[in-house]
Design a protein around this ligand. Sequence first.
Ligand SMILES: Cc1cc2nc3c(=O)[nH]c(=O)nc-3n(C[C@H](O)[C@H](O)[C@H](O)COP(=O)(O)OP(=O)(O)OC[C@H]3O[C@@H](n4cnc5c(N)ncnc54)[C@H](O)[C@@H]3O)c2cc1C
Length: 461
Amino acid sequence: MADIVASLKQVLGAGAVLEREAVAERATSYWDQSPTRAKALVRPANTQEISAILALCHEYRQSVVTHGGRTTCVQGTQSRPDDIILSTERMNAIEEIDPIAGTAIIQAGAILETVQQAVQDKGLFLPLDLGARGSCTLGGNLATNAGGVNVLRYGMARSMVLGLETVLADGTIISSMNTMLKNNAGYDLKQLFIGTEGTLGVISRMVVRLMPLSTTTNTALVALADFAAVPDLLNHFRSQIGTTLSAFEVMWGDYVRAVTVPGAHRAPMDTGHEFYVLLECHGSDAGRDQERFMEVIEAAFENGLIVDAVLPKSESERQALWAIRDDFDAILRPKPVYLYDVSLPITKMQAYVAQVQEQLRASLSNAVLYALGHIGDGNLHFFVQAHTQDANARALADQAIYEPLQVVGGSVSAEHGIGFEKKTWLCQSRSAAEIALMQTLKKTLDPRNILNPGLVFDMGQ
Ligand SMILES: Cc1cc2nc3c(=O)[nH]c(=O)nc-3n(C[C@H](O)[C@H](O)[C@H](O)COP(=O)(O)OP(=O)(O)OC[C@H]3O[C@@H](n4cnc5c(N)ncnc54)[C@H](O)[C@@H]3O)c2cc1C
């Protein structure tokens, strides 16, 4: 049998295939700057080329790792020297935006921020938004069922998809490019590929549902004296403002202090408070929304729910507030720093965080914990600065975070997925029967186990 790389070059043309040295010039991911290792990286230009690549890899029993924007937080794009990487970077077209139907047809490699802008230029809104918007791709967003800052109002990435085109491991193209809101004709096959981290197929194109563009945006950063006020403030806003509440991002005081040090972000208010919430409402009543937002903030002051507030006076001030939430570079040093993404009922969060802190103090005495999250969705993120080079530190931090989660019925992954990083913890959030069914689906759709092998779970015997 001929060499797989030579065969791929023959099918795609040499320009679409990068070999080892060229691949090594790319960083492994946003978080890991070490060189990417792989036999070759292929850059298909359309769905038919993805199909041809996978048909060949299936024939050769060749493992394939799919790359979007490589912003994965769970080592989802990690490759081995013998893998072929399939990058969607050349499939980045926005094929159609239909303002009447409120839909867009997009290729998998399109960058989220580019799509957001293009849609906005047509007076529409793509509700998916996350800190990695400048690098992540729509294909990666669907493969991971990304969450982000607008989930509270619009749901996860899954809820924005009407149709999907996917290529199976053997090269079969499954084109389910439905554009209708209602279509219950048989199984909703797209759900097999959304959130399954590229293990069941390669997403090539999609139909997404768009929303009307809001005409008003009201934002505030507010300070709270204790955690008990967090759910009360959320309920206050939900009952007073209703569905226009789009973001409710909580930051623990230590996190805000760490990212507002000199050389990082400017502190917009006193940073001595226990908790901060970044609130945002998107509406369409220019005459009334701002006034109502102010009334609800004032009522929150009067009820003792908040102790301080800052409202941006310009778009650049609004962006500066969001940068405090989104740009955490200041706490990524010194390394190692471990990132966590868990979910649990909001009523159990305070006790859970206290338990994590206690367990960390016991097992990693120098570690520092920073917490923030999309709390309205029950989603907490932690950064653990280990302050040690102990090779066992990561495992100890994992235990401190994940073990107390089991007691409160939380999930080891709220929105980032499992990847390679959380594989050993999957069984804490999913039963043996659930994992067995995942393995059955994998065996059926990818019988030679070539797509992202070893990701999420192992296949066993
Ligand atoms: C600063 C920052 C902030 C972030 N904030 C959030 C957040 O708020 N919410 C959130 O959910 N995530 C967040 N993330 C994580 C990450 O951005 C998301 O998981 C994102 O959806 C990944 O998209 P990507 O294109 O970078 O995919 P990649 O990282 O390239 O890939 C992710 C996984 O999907 C697979 N994959 C990629 N493309 C395809 C495809 N076309 N078909 C099949 N499989 C594919 C890959 O094999 C891999 O397993 C953040 C990351 C960073 C760096």
